[in-house]
Structure formats: structure tokens, C-alpha cells
Design a protein around this ligand. Structure first.
Ligand SMILES: [Zn+2]
Length: 374
């Protein structure tokens, strides 16, 4: 009898301890990592400054401004629409921590769906965080979920009816910000965040806007620049420039009747010229093996090597080197730079001149950590 009581007490203590550890770990997910913008930073506001309806929610997020003081155009660079895509967030952090603007203005939002940074995708086995060695020490970053935290928006409907198109998608997509544009002021949290982005683009008269993503290697949209049909020539100009630097990108027009995506709705509902880029991330793919930090950062997976060798699948995977984070971040930054260069040729009166960003070869040679501040 006494023995039974003792084992009950021990099991209760162990369970309670595990609960406390889990609670602390979940609590930490709500604390965003500190970022260290370059000296070119001139202002920092919150997204809720453009739409009050997300104030005090986990959907509110930092908006960083680099204003050269010289009249020109305005760019917006967004990462973290899908926080399970490490290179999406990291590319914007590298830009934030190195950027110098000498003409026009650049806005940066590294955590576009901040709520989705506070949880991870169930059943995927993703690591909760990853570490990048820098010149001074280790920087730790959260790996989040593709969609808004269910604690912030629940329950999902069986079928998601996209506003205002009424396009029907699976209920899960209700929490996907990149299906929620243009959003609405009285909608769910994800729609309200989307609405706030549209307000920012309008109020700040953004000329060119970037939405940075990653995809699994077997998705056909990987390594493309997705452009709105009104701005094909800017995409083509950038792709030529990137090719001259040895980087292959394919052009892809935004499908006219696929609604809710940034490259469609930012182009239809605002005056901004939108571009979306995707890199190949094997840690997101269905063929992947063990899902760990090594796969997220080194991007190497034997399963993909074998799949590539069989030729049965069209996959964006480099069988010898894999898809390391430096390659993915290097591609995104090169894409942003070349698209702005191409934009400048077509809009000479609204120039945006950005400097001091590392090029693809520098990032590949030195690693991403070399370009992060402490
Ligand atoms: Zn994405």
C-alpha cells in the first residue's frame, strides 16, 4: 500500500516536472529573438501602426525602415510568411543587418506571420530552433509553423472560402497568410494581418515588394521568380542579370485565378510590383529522411540524391552538394538585388539604390553567420 502511494507520488512529480519544462519551452516560443539592424536603420514601427485591428495580438510584428533621405522609390522586403522556411526569415535578417540605402527607402518585415513563429507544425518532426555560428558567438533562431498558431485562430472551418474570391481550399489554409490577401479588417487574425500589409503598401506608396519563401524540392515552383503579369519585363531583366552571375532562375507568371497569394493580390489590390521567390529546402519535402537541424541547415539528404538519380521525379535538388542554407540565402539576396536593379531601369525617376549586401559567392564562401551582427 505504502509502496503504491510512493510510486504514485514519484510519477506525479515526474509528470509535473515534464509539464513545467514543456510550459517553459512553449513560453520561450513567444519571445522573438533579438535582431541587430545595420547602422542604416532610420526607424522601427509595428505593423499595427498601419491597422489597429492587430494591435495587442501575436500577429503584430516589427517593421524596419531604411530611409536614405534622398527622394526615390520604396521597396518592401518580407520574410517569414511561412516560418518553417528557414532561408525566408534568415535572408531578411541578413539584409536587415547589412543594408545601406543611398536613394529611396526600404521597409523590412522579417516575421511577416509572427503568430506562426510561436508554434511548430504538428506531425512533421521539425526541430524547434537552429543555431548559426557568427564571428562573435552563436545566434539561435526559431523554426516556426507554415500557418498561424491555432491558439491565436481556432477552429479551422472544414472548407476555407477565400475572401473575396470565394475560392475553396482545405480548412487548414484559413491560417495561411499567403492565401489570405487582400485580407479584411473584420476577418480572422490571418486576414487582418494580410489587410495590415496591404495598408502598409498603400500608405507608404511601396513601388516594389518581395515575398521570400522556400519549398520542398519536388514542388515545380522551386527556383523560380513568380511575377504579376503586368511586370514581366522586370522579372526577365532580373533573370538575365542573375544568369550572368551564374544563378539559374525560371520565370513564372502568377496564375490569374489562384487567389490569396502575394504575387496575385499585392499586384491586383495595390500599386506595388510584387515578386515571390522560392528556394529548394529538402527539410520540407515528403521524401526526406531524418528531420533535424542538419537537414534544415546543410540541406543534404540521401533520399533526394537517390530520387534525383532515378530521374523519375523532376526535383530541384543538387545531388552532390544538397541545398545548404548559404546557397538558399545567397540566392534570395541576389534575387532581391537583381530585381531592384531591373526595376531601376524601368523607373529611373523612382530609383532605389541599395548597398553593402553580400553577394552569392561571398555568402557561399564565408557562410551566413559571417553576415550576422551580435
Ligand atoms: Zn512559403
Amino acid at each position: 500500500m505504502i509502496r503504491n502511494h510512493l510510486s504514485t507520488i514519484i510519477i506525479t512529480i515526474i509528470t509535473a516536472t515534464m509539464g513545467v519544462i514543456a510550459a517553459i519551452s512553449f513560453g520561450k516560443m513567444h519571445q522573438p529573438e533579438e535582431l541587430f539592424p545595420s547602422e542604416g536603420l532610420t526607424g522601427k514601427v509595428m505593423l499595427s501602426d498601419y491597422f489597429e485591428g492587430i494591435k495587442g495580438t501575436n500577429g503584430d510584428t516589427e517593421v524596419y525602415l531604411f530611409d536614405s533621405g534622398v527622394e526615390g522609390g520604396t521597396a518592401l522586403v518580407c520574410g517569414g510568411a511561412h516560418p518553417n522556411e528557414a532561408a525566408s526569415f534568415l535572408s531578411t535578417v541578413v539584409i536587415l543587418e547589412n543594408l545601406k540605402v543611398t536613394c529611396g527607402r526600404v521597409f523590412i518585415i522579417p516575421r511577416l506571420n509572427n503568430s506562426a513563429f510561436t508554434c511548430s507544425d504538428p506531425m512533421e518532426g521539425f526541430p524547434a530552433s537552429y543555431e548559426i555560428p557568427t564571428k562573435i558567438g552563436i545566434r539561435k533562431f526559431r523554426l516556426g509553423s507554415r500557418v498561424t498558431n491555432p491558439l491565436d485562430q481556432w477552429p479551422d472551418p472544414l472548407v476555407f472560402s477565400q475572401y473575396p474570391s470565394n475560392q475553396q481550399l482545405s480548412g487548414f489554409e484559413t491560417r495561411n497568410i499567403n492565401r489570405s490577401y487582400p485580407g479584411r479588417p473584420d476577418g480572422n487574425l490571418t486576414e487582418r494581418i494580410a489587410y495590415a500589409i496591404i495598408q502598409l503598401i498603400d500608405k507608404e506608396k511601396v513601388n516594389i515588394a518581395f515575398d521570400i519563401h522556400e519549398s520542398s524540392p519536388e514542388v515545380p515552383i522551386v527556383n523560380v521568380i513568380v511575377y504579376h503579369e503586368n511586370y514581366e519585363e522586370i522579372a526577365m531583366g532580373a533573370i538575365l542579370g542573375l544568369e550572368m552571375a551564374g544563378l539559374q532562375f525560371s520565370p513564372e507568371t502568377s496564375p490569374m485565378n489562384f487567389h490569396g497569394l502575394s504575387h496575385r493580390e499585392w499586384g491586383d489590390y495595390t500599386n506595388a510590383i510584387p515578386f515571390l521567390m522560392e528556394t529548394s529546402n529538402p527539410s520540407m519535402g515528403r521524401l526526406r529522411g531524418k528531420t533535424d537541424v542538419d537537414l534544415v541547415l546543410r540541406g543534404y539528404c540521401d533520399n533526394y540524391k537517390k530520387a534525383k538519380e532515378t530521374g523519375a521525379l523532376r526535383i530541384a535538388y543538387r545531388e552532390d552538394t544538397g541545398e545548404p542554407i548559404a546557397h538558399r540565402v545567397g540566392r534570395h539576396i541576389a534575387g532581391v538585388v537583381e530585381l531592384i536593379n531591373s526595376y531601376n531601369l524601368y523607373y529611373p525617376d523612382m530609383q532605389i539604390v541599395i548597398e553593402n549586401l553580400p553577394d552569392y559567392d561571398m555568402i557561399m564562401e564565408k557562410g551566413v553567420g559571417e553576415f550576422l551582427n551580435n
